[in-house]
Structures are given as C-alpha cells and as structure tokens.
Design a protein around this ligand. Sequence first.
Ligand code: UTP
Ligand code: MN
Length: 488
Amino acid sequence: MALVPLKRRSRRGGAQAGALSPPAGPPDSGPFPALVLYLVEKRMGASRRAFLTQLARAKGFRVDGAYSAAVTHVVAEQNSGAEVAQWLKQHQVDPGAGGDPALLDISWFTESMRAGQPVEIQPRHRLVVTAPAAQRGRQMAPYACERCTPLLHPNRALTEALETLAEEAWLSGSEGRSLAFTRAAAALKALPGQLETMGELESLPGFGDHCRGVIQAVLEDGVSVEVERVRLSERYRTLKLFTKVFGVGVKTADRWYQEGLRTLADLHNTRLTRQQQAGLQHYEDLTTPVGRGEAEAISREVQAVVQQFLPGASVTLAGGFRRGKPHGHDVDLLLTHPEDGQEAGLLSRVVSWLDSQGLILYQHSQENSYGPREGAKPPSASGHLDRYERCFSIFRLAAPGTHRGWKAVRVDLVVAPASQFPFALLGWTGSRHFERELRRFARHERKMTLNSHELYDTRQNLSLPAASEEEIFQHLGLEYVPPEQRNA
Ligand code: UTP
Ligand code: MN
C-alpha cells in the first residue's frame, strides 16, 4: 500500500519521501508546516498509537515520536485534560522553552484525517483542564486493571461482607449478581484509607443499592444482618464445604445438597470421580493454607527435575504467591523454555519422574489444544479456560516434624511456549477478578480480545506480540500494574 499520496510524495522530494520513518525534517516541511503532532500513548496503547501515527504521516502530517518543545498539537484518547496536563508537566524537556501546545481529544485527529488536512480546532476538541482542587472528589477508575490494589487494605470488614454475598450468589448460580458484589468489593480494596461515611461511596464505581445497603449496615451496626444470615445458613455452609473438595464444582455440590448430603462423611456413600476421591482423602491437608516456604520448596523441586530433562527451561511461581500473598490454596507453576517448541514433551517426562519417586499423590493431565487460529477469527476471551498443556496434581511434600512426615499440596503445572509466556504469566498471576477486568477492558475499551495465549486487535485483525507483561499493558494503553498491586 502506498502510504504517501503520489502527488505529495513528488512535491516533498527524496529526503522526505519516507513517510514512515521518524520525522527528520524541520517543522516547516511537508504540507502542514505549522503543525507538529504528538500522540499520547497512555490509554491509546502502543499499537493503536503506531497505527494512527502511520495514518497521519501518510496524509502528510508531521507526527513526532518523542515529546519536545516543537510539538504544537498534543492528541490524547480517553484522557482527561488534567491527566494530559500533568503528563506534559512531567515530560517538559526544557521548561519555558516549549510552546504552548493545544491539548486535543482524538476527535480532532479523526476529523482531520477524514478531511485530509487539519480541521479548525473547535471548543469541543479541546481537553478541559480542571484545577486540582476540583479533582478531589474524583471518580475512581472504573476497571480494576486501571487501579492499584494492594494485598492489605484498610476496609477488610466491608470487603468481607460483600465477598460473602458474592460467594453466596456464585454458589446459587447467579454469576451476574456475584460479579456485582465482587466489583464493589474490588473498588473498596483500592481505597487508600478507611471508608467512614456513605458519601465516600459516590466516587467509587459499581455500587448499586444492594451494595450500599450492606455497607451502610456494617458502618452503622458493625454487621449486616443479611450477611450474617448467609454465613449461618445450612445451604451456604454445606456448599462451601463441598466445593472445597478438589474436583467438586458448584453444580455437583448443589446436587449433593439437594439429595440431602450434608457432611464429608456423607460423601463416602456417593459416587465420586477419581479426582474427587483424592480430594476427599486429602481434604484436611488441602484446606490447610500452603505457606510461601512450601510453595518455593515445591517450585525448586520441580525446577531441578525440569532442568534434568530440558536444560535452560524455567519454572515460575505464579498465582497469589506472585502477588505477594503469604499463603495460598495451591501452587501455580509455569514452565517454559526460551526457544519455542523445545517445551514439547517436557511435562509428561517431569510428571512421570516425580511420580516414580513417590512425590505425586494424584495427577491428571490435559493436552495443549491451542493451534494456529483459523483465518482471522478472533480468539475467545471467555472464562478462565486456557488451552495449555497442564497437569492438575497433588504433591506429597516432605514436612519434617509432622506425625506423618509429609503434607498433601495442590499443584498446577502449566507449560507455555516462550512466545506466549508473557500472556500465560499475566493470566496465571491473577487475581481472578483482575484478569476478568483486563479482558473486559480490552474488549470494551480497545476492541481487543485478551486471553492467556494472546492479545488480538479486532480493528486491525492482528495478534499483538509481547515479550513481557509490560508490553501487554502498553498494547492496551494501560499503565503497568505490578503483580503485588493486582490483588483486586
Ligand atoms: P488460583 O485459583 O490458584 O488463585 O488461580 P490464586 O490467586 O493463586 O489464589 P490462591 O491463593 O491459590 O487461593 C491463579 C490464577 O490462575 C488463573 C486464574 O485466573 C487466577 O488468576 N487460572 C486458574 C487460570 O487461568 N486457569 C485455571 O484453570 C485456573
Ligand atoms: Mn493459586
């Protein structure tokens, strides 16, 4: 595709013909000599920014890759004027030397591209810069992936109340209702201070009447009667007990409840899968939190075996431990090798060896089923399911000092080829809600689909490669959120 119209290309001459190369010419070259554009990457994303830059340069605009005093038009997408002004302040190369660029919304850019020349700046194109004072009651960002959510936060009593209701809704099969409670709880977890008045909820996204009622009750009475009733209900307690058995989902637990089963002892009289039998047999160990030390010991153990079969391969501890949690319900390990394809066949050898050493109490594996996509069909971003080769297992971890000398620990081993590894790492670090929000953000705000294998841009019909988690956030136009701030 000729990116520069022929007429313009001949007028601009040899040195200027490479419209795709970074601007080399002085500001007074090209058809619009008075203009130097700068596109803000934040929220726009690296890929869309590159695309728009190319588009504008093809139309003869000068678009600079770096911000400088020469820039006359700063264009941002989904940023407030205050955010852009703040950004400019931080990036001012030489304070005072710079002009006073116009801060513009993407609408100005789009209209100019359509017109094939810069359109006159209308008031509606300008980003409004509000005074800092007006920002105090500012809204919290709506998506959990746009916020920092530390592990410890000052609103535990409130989030636990909401999360009990989320769990109750989930155990009742009401995913939508469950999500609403989870979203509200996630917003509270991102608040730096303790919530003291109902008015403070105004700045938080996702608080409907029901959630507000719960918060009001806890603020005023210390407890919510509704939450207490749920906690004591036989159904809730029984379903929680049953779903904690490895291999038991909500549907099975609910069926057992309907059949009148109430205790773990009752389960011995019902038909169980091999996985559930193992889950029941090791119930006590598997519901005892796994400590970080134990997780790291297992990680080292697996690393040693992995090295033995495939030198250069690595093992990464993901899940809650990567987010800084001191305890977890399982150990999530990602296996990879720097060279794509080398990882094939690794998992079965590692698992067989561990098994032969008596280190595995239970395991079942799933094969990799992620092939090249057919045509340009975008990948699915539904659910948590990914299609990596994976082993669901129970390890027999040495536990000196205990009466048996060992402890059963749930371990998931997942194998990802190097080219997909950053996506696997991002997907397996969680939290589950953070992941769900990333995918929702990608879909609704960027027209992209994200899963644990890839990020796909449906506007450009291409898969966006990434060598690190940071690059995935960049593609999405999101500020990087480190693992320990993903505890939504
Ligand atoms: P976990 O369920 O292990 O959660 O899934 P966690 O955050 O580590 O919490 P604890 O401490 O073990 O209870 C870890 C991440 O792996 C992803 C989930 O989305 C979660 O973010 N995951 C889990 C998958 O992508 N697929 C799965 O089948 C399971
Ligand atoms: Mn985990």
